[in-house]
Design a protein. Structure first.
Length: 540
């Protein structure tokens, strides 16, 4: 059992319990081999294979905006997965505490989420549970750094007995109806999450999860600026497009939605959707493009998960509108968002990600957009000179220095983060690109360290191995994955190596069919009946 095996796999020293989900526990741990802190997610029931299924699905995925699985194993019949351990809180917990992001921070956070979704969708993976509880926000100098948000709980929806576990406040209408959701269901959830970050509440608030599902299917969505006067109308349009009832009316992909948000971030009108939109059911009204005074976020009690039958029609609408929900307790995070709810199952895999980037540094990530308009320094009514943080992400540190100097800004602290990008590539800037700040303001950067982590390769097929290595910025070394089963790698998974390093595969050769050993036999003497057929008696 877990309690009887404190040194897991002879390598991981288990520590305190960090969180409990519907089917798994998460512990702090220390990797004795590589001398680093990690998190271990442990299935409580031997028959529950969700930890293994989700870990295998996420093992080949390496991107700065998503979490990583470092190792996988089984002890006493129970599966466990080793994850990165990163200090931070979920967006849901920050909202519960009243630590709402500013509109610029909310937009920056969603741009990061969409970068992760571009990568996931390019790998053929749908998240289907994008929500504030699955966004990890690291802390920098004691305050949340929304620009560095990471998507957790990859491959979160687990189908059990024809039912899929979802988060009702953010679920797409088609999924609420029990229909298969494609990548555009993730965009709906991203839009619902953006609504929550901007206004302090999700699109709909109900006490009963079933009533929430009905609302997503049938009820119109408010404009964010109705809740928070002063939000730009362009931002309203992005949210309403993402929250369209019909998938065909949403953005065609995560990259298009990311581009629209970047246009809002830089003050340009968002590009029109490439698909026709039906008349919006949301309220109309002119909004002033002013920075809003944030209202206090109202913590909302909603069921963390709900069972969605995959074949049944949507539930009937409730006869009366329920009252507003009440606050809930804090969520404990250990680089995961551990879902909890009465009678509900854990909604995610609990992986924890690397330092994020808003550059296209991984295979499939293409959401970075260069603004087409320049925003010169301006003066407010009080004649305060302001400037706009220029586009820095994806360029070199020298280019960032030049850009900041030209904008009248000052380069501040420069941190580093591991990932597949070349050393010195700018991954994150704080304040985020497009933010209007006083002239001479300090801008902090995070650049690529030039180091990355060897992904989990055991059990993967040759195509998945090549994909995982490329996404991690590594090269395939000796070892033919087609000659047998890949059981590991050298260096081992989780090892920190330089970008571009070769990784040798450890392959267990397929067992060959043994060749019979000839034995000496005596030659019988010919008989009078030699050559005549004989009958062999059947065994009695």
């Amino acid at each position: 059992s877990l309690r009887m095996s404190p040194l897991l796999a002879g390598r991981y020293q288990l520590g305190e319990l960090l969180g409990r989900g519907g089917s798994a526990d998460v512990y702090g741990a220390h990797d004795e081999l590589l001398d680093r802190p990690v998190a271990v997610k442990w299935a409580r029931v031997a028959s529950d294979d969700s930890v293994r299924v989700q870990a295998v699905a996420a093992a080949r995925l390496v991107h700065p905006r998503i979490v990583r699985v470092l190792d996988l194993g089984r002890t006493d019949g129970c599966d466990w997965a080793v994850l990165d351990l990163v200090e931070g809180l979920s967006a849901r917990e920050l909202l519960r505490r009243g630590e709402d992001p500013t509109p610029n921070e909310a937009v920056a956070a969603l741009i990061g989420v969409l970068e992760g979704l571009v990568y996931l969708h390019g790998q053929g993976v749908r998240h289907l549970d994008v929500s504030p509880g699955n966004l990890l926000v690291p802390a920098t100098a004691g305050r949340p750094c929304w620009a560095q948000v990471r998507l957790t709980d990859l491959a979160a929806p687990v189908e059990v007995g024809g039912r899929v576990v979802v988060s009702p406040p953010y679920v797409a209408p088609e999924v609420a109806r029990g229909l298969p959701g494609d990548e555009r269901a993730d965009l709906y959830a991203a839009g619902a999450t953006l609504m929550h970050l901007l206004t302090g509440a999700p699109p709909f608030e109900r006490d009963d999860p079933a009533q929430l599902l009905v609302a997503h299917v049938n009820e119109p969505v408010e404009r964010p600026s109705v809740r928070v006067p002063g939000l730009p109308e362009a931002l309203d349009e992005v949210v309403l497009t993402a929250l369209a009832k019909e998938p065909a009316d949403r953005y065609p992909d995560a990259g298009a939605m990311g581009s629209a948000l970047r246009a809002v971030q830089f003050g340009a009108p968002p590009a029109a959707p490439t698909v026709p939109r039906r008349p919006s059911p949301a309220l109309d009204g002119h909004t002033r493009p002013l920075r809003p005074a944030r209202r206090a976020a109202e913590p909302v009690t909603v069921a963390t998960t709900a069972w969605i039958p995959s074949t049944t029609p949507p539930p009937e609408p409730p006869p009366t509108r329920p009252s507003r929900a009440v606050p809930v307790g804090a969520l404990v995070l250990a680089l995961i968002a551990v879902g909890a709810g009465t009678g509900a199952a854990l909604t995610g895999s609990g992986e924890v990600g690397a330092m994020p980037t808003s550059a296209s540094t991984s295979t499939g990530a293409t959401t970075s957009v260069t603004p087409t308009v320049s925003v010169p320094a301006t003066r407010t009514a009080a004649e305060t000179v302001t400037a706009v943080v220029p586009a820095l992400v994806g360029g070199s540190l020298d280019e960032a220095r030049t850009g900041l100097d030209a904008a009248g800004l000052v380069l501040g602290d420069v941190g580093t983060a591991d990932g597949p990008a070349a050393a010195g590539t700018v991954l994150v800037c704080d304040p985020v690109e497009g933010t209007q700040v006083p002239a001479g303001a300090v801008v902090a950067l995070v650049v690529a360290s030039g180091w990355t982590t060897v992904p989990v390769l055991a059990g993967l097929d040759p195509a998945a191995i090549a994909q995982a290595l490329a996404a991690a910025g590594l090269l395939a070394g000796p070892g033919d994955p087609g000659s047998g089963t890949v059981t590991g790698s050298q260096p081992v998974s989780g090892t920190r190596v330089e970008v571009g390093s070769p990784v040798r595969l450890v392959v267990a050769a397929r067992s060959a069919t043994p060749t019979p050993t000839p034995t000496a036999t005596s030659t019988p003497e010919p008989s009078a009946t030699e050559g005549e057929p004989t009958e062999t008696p059947a065994a009695g």
